[in-house]
Each structure stands twice: as structure tokens, then as C-alpha cells.
Design a protein around this ligand. Structure first.
Ligand code: ADP
Ligand code: MG
Length: 442
């Protein structure tokens, strides 16, 4: 089988046999393509192809490296031979070793004695215990782009030759197609998993918004019941306060009642405001105007917040579907939290930028930060670390962002600061139909 197959292959690239060996050529290609298509599992495919090559060349081992463009390295996709398992634990940087050199140059290399070649990376043999003598190595490309490197080691009978190079070139083309197909298939699978994850997330969001809607109705009822009574208690407490002189010990208790009713009144007002929050009315929102106006509006209500405000906005006009006044309210809540967290001064950085199909608005402060154990609760209704606050600010922000089909994330380090990121879809196609109902463009 070995010599027969070898003849088939030699005729694949031997131009003089173009006419004589057509039949053999086709048979050789057919055999290779049967091997490459023999399985849907990429590892089976690569293993079969390289096993075939080893047999054809009578070689001791072979490897396929793939390029990791993020790390600018080559890693073993496949390592066949006695010490293949150990070899797989190693990586090569681009340019390192014969394989690294082939990856950088994009051209094949035939090395009869690796110890005479300055590029040979001895460290892999040291790690595996394998003894490399000779290497034949070719790049694997797909549509002109380098995706990996293929090498065969230690030919048993004589040196590697031009014919071996030809065989390997044909194989590397087939392997390139198989690897690219596997990559596309993996991306398809990832996309599918992502879609399943997104479905789960949407379901959780729905449950959450249902809960919040329930809570909204309940709170509205409670707020209505409580509001009049609190106003009444506050009124009587103020009258009592007038009856006592400042030195009277009872005065201290009345002051506590006044302070607490004042706080309750604020909570009730906040609850009512939250319950009455309307659904977004989608229009075309100009990102720059939205942020500048939100900052101006907030600064007007807090003329001297005692902090530096820094804006970083993208060039050019960027628009997206949203509700200007609700988004301004969400931003103002974030600015206000940041101000309170920076009582001793600091820096509030607000930036916005489009990324892919979304807009990311970042609000970062250099304030007190949030304790790690509090982070899972900050969006919960009534969660607050402030004595006079209702803890509905971030719940409001979360609701507004979610109703825009967006997301909000937080990163915080105690005593260093907090960063909120709001992600909003740019394209109406990414919004759910129900969200666009009743929307208008200006
Ligand atoms: N920028 C921030 N820096 C530090 N802590 C924050 C920040 N934003 C929110 N928090 C924490 O999250 C809690 C909840 O915030 P929020 O819902 O706005 O309620 P409130 O401001 O009424 O307390 C705050 O009490 C605070 O502990
Ligand atoms: Mg707040």
C-alpha cells in the first residue's frame, strides 16, 4: 500500500506525468479526499490524513500546529508519534523553531539535519524526550491566510526530498480546508449556544420584570396607604416640637420622630415615582446630546458637586432608538450615586462609544467603591447603604436599561471607585418588537 499510494501522490505534482498519470492523480486525490471526509470530527480527519502521510513517507512522527493570533503563538492541533502527548503541552512563539520560521516566512522548509539548522527549537525535544533528526515542514493556508503549519519528522529511509514536499503541499491544502470548515462549524455551534443562552437570559429578564411589575403595584398601594398617615404624624410632631423648649429632654425624641417621618416621606415619594415610571417611548436619540444634556441637567440641580467631571464622547453623530428623558433620568441617578460616593471630591468620567451593534455608556467615579458582598444586591429595590435614601435609584436605572433591551454591569473596588457600563442596542432590528410598538422617529 505504501509504495502504491506514494506513486499516486508523486503524480499529483510531477508535471511530467500530467498526461500519463491523470488517472493515478485522480485516484491519489480521491484517496486523500476520502480520508479527509471520512469523519465529521476534525481530530479524526487530521489524524487520518497525517497517518497516511507518515506511511507514504515512512516517517516516525508528524504534527499540525495552529496559529493563535491573539498570543502570536503556534500550538499543537495534533502531535503524532511516540511522545506526541508530551509535545502537546508546549507552544512555540511565531518565528521560534522550524515550524515558527515556516509560519513567519509562509514558505516550506526541508531540513535534513536539524542540529545544523539555527532555527531548530531544542526545548521541545528536551521536554518530550523525542529525538528529532530531520523535518519537512509546510505552511497551511486558507484563501491566502496562514492558519497553521504541518510537519513530518524523521524519515526512516533516506533524506526528505522534493517529492515529499509535493505530497505535503497537496495534503496541507486539504488539511487547510478541513481546519477552516471545522472553525466555521465551531463558530456556528457557539452562535447556537449563544442563542440558547440569550433565550435563557431573556426569560430571566421577563421573570424579573414581572416580579418588579408586581412589586410596583404592591408598593403603589402601600405608598398610597402610608403617605397620608406619615404626613399626619409629621404635622403633629412639628406642632409638639413648638411646645417644647430646645433644652427640654423630650425635644430630642420629637426631633427623632421628625427625622424619621421626613425619611419615610421621601421613601414614599420615591416609591410612587418608581411605580409611576412610564414605559419608554422610542425615538431617535442623539448620543452626544443625550449625555451632554443629562450632565448639564444634573449639574444645574447640584451647582457645585465638588468633583471634576470629565466627558469623552465619540466624533460624529451617533443615534440609536431610545427614550431621551428616561435615559437622562437613569444617567442622573448614576451621577448622583457617584457624587455621594465622592464626598471628599474626586473625578467623574463619563464616556460613550459604539461597539459592534451596541452603544456603551460608561460612568466611572473615584469614590468609596462598593463592598464585594453588596454588589449582587445593589439593583434590588430598597437596598441602600445610606441612612436617608430609599435604595430605588439603581432599581430605576436597571428597569430603564432593561426596557431599552440593554444591559448594565458594574465593577467596583472599595476605596478606589466604581464603574457602571450601560449597553444599549444601536439597531432597531435588535430590539424586541413589543419595545418598538408605538415608537416614532423624529
Ligand atoms: N457609585 C457608587 N459608589 C459607591 N456605592 C454605590 C455607587 N452607586 C451605588 N452604590 C451603592 O448602591 C446602593 C444602592 O444605590 P441606589 O439604588 O441608587 O440607592 P440609594 O442611592 O438610594 O442608596 C447605594 O446605597 C450604595 O451603597
Ligand atoms: Mg441612588
Amino acid at each position: 500500500m505504501t509504495s502504491k499510494n506514494r506513486d499516486l501522490f508523486i503524480s499529483l505534482y510531477n508535471k511530467s506525468s500530467m498526461f500519463k498519470g491523470r488517472k493515478n492523480e485522480i485516484k491519489g486525490l480521491a484517496r486523500l479526499s476520502t480520508l479527509v471526509n471520512s469523519s465529521l470530527d476534525i481530530m479524526d480527519v487530521l489524524n487520518n490524513a497525517m497517518k497516511y502521510v507518515e506511511e507514504l513517507m515512512d516517517a516516525e512522527a508528524s504534527s499540525i500546529f495552529e496559529v493563535d493570533y491573539d498570543r502570536n503563538e503556534l500550538f499543537f492541533r495534533l502531535a503524532r508519534g511516540k511522545e506526541g502527548n508530551k509535545a502537546r503541552q508546549t507552544r512555540l512563539s511565531m518565528g521560534e523553531g522550524i515550524a515558527g520560521q515556516v509560519a513567519v516566512e509562509g514558505k516550506p522548509l526541508l531540513v535534513q539535519d536539524v542540529y545544523r539548522n539555527k532555527h531548530f527549537a531544542r526545548r521541545i525535544d528536551k521536554h518530550t524526550g523525542f529525538k528529532t533528526r530531520s523535518i519537512i515542514c509546510v505552511p497551511i493556508k486558507h484563501k491566502g491566510r496562514l492558519i497553521g503549519v504541518l510537519e513530518v519528522l524523521n524519515k526512516r529511509c533516506g533524506p526528505f526530498n522534493e517529492e515529499d514536499l509535493g505530497i505535503l503541499t497537496v495534503v496541507s491544502n486539504q488539511v487547510g480546508i478541513a481546519m477552516e470548515n471545522a472553525r466555521l462549524y465551531q463558530r456556528l455551534q457557539e452562535k447556537f449556544t449563544l442563542t440558547a443562552d440569550e433565550l435563557k437570559k431573556t426569560q430571566q429578564k421577563l421573570i424579573q420584570s414581572e416580579r418588579l411589575a408586581d412589586l410596583g403595584r404592591l408598593s403603589q398601594g402601600v405608598a398610597h396607604e402610608v403617605r397620608n398617615r406619615i404626613t399626619c404624624i409629621g404635622g403633629f410632631a412639628r406642632r409638639l416640637r413648638q411646645k417644647f423648649s430646645a433644652e427640654d429632654p423630650a425635644c430630642k425624641y420629637v426631633d427623632i420622630i421628625l427625622k424619621e417621618t421626613g425619611r419615610l416621606e421621601k421613601v414614599v415619594l420615591d416609591v410612587e415615582a418608581y411605580s409611576n415610571l412610564r414605559k419608554p417611548m422610542f425615538r431617535e436619540v442623539n448620543l452626544e446630546k443625550l449625555i451632554k444634556k443629562a450632565v448639564e441637567g444634573w449639574l444645574q440641580s447640584r451647582p457645585d458637586p465638588g468633583i471634576q467631571v470629565h466627558l469623552d464622547l465619540p466624533d460624529g453623530e451617533i443615534t440609536f432608538p431610545g427614550d431621551n428623558s428616561l435615559l437622562s433620568l437613569a444617567l442622573a441617578n448614576l451621577f448622583e450615586n457617584a457624587r455621594v460616593a465622592m464626598r471628599e471630591g474626586g473625578r467623574l468620567s463619563i464616556s460613550a462609544q459604539p461597539k459592534g451593534r451596541e452603544i456603551i455608556i460608561t460612568v466611572a467615579d473615584t469614590g468609596s467603591g462598593i463592598a464585594q458582598e453588596d454588589i449582587p444586591h445593589i439593583f434590588d429595590p430598597f437596598f441602600s447603604s445610606k441612612p436617608q435614601a430609599s435604595g430605588l435609584g439603581l432599581t430605576t436605572v436597571h428597569r430603564i436599561v432593561t426596557e431599552h433591551n440593554g444591559d448594565i454591569t458594574v465593577k467596583s473596588t472599595p476605596r478606589q471607585g466604581t464603574e457602571f457600563k450601560i449597553h444599549l442596542p444601536i439597531f432597531p432590528d435588535d430590539m424586541q418588537m413589543s419595545e418598538l410598538e408605538g415608537s416614532q422617529t423624529q
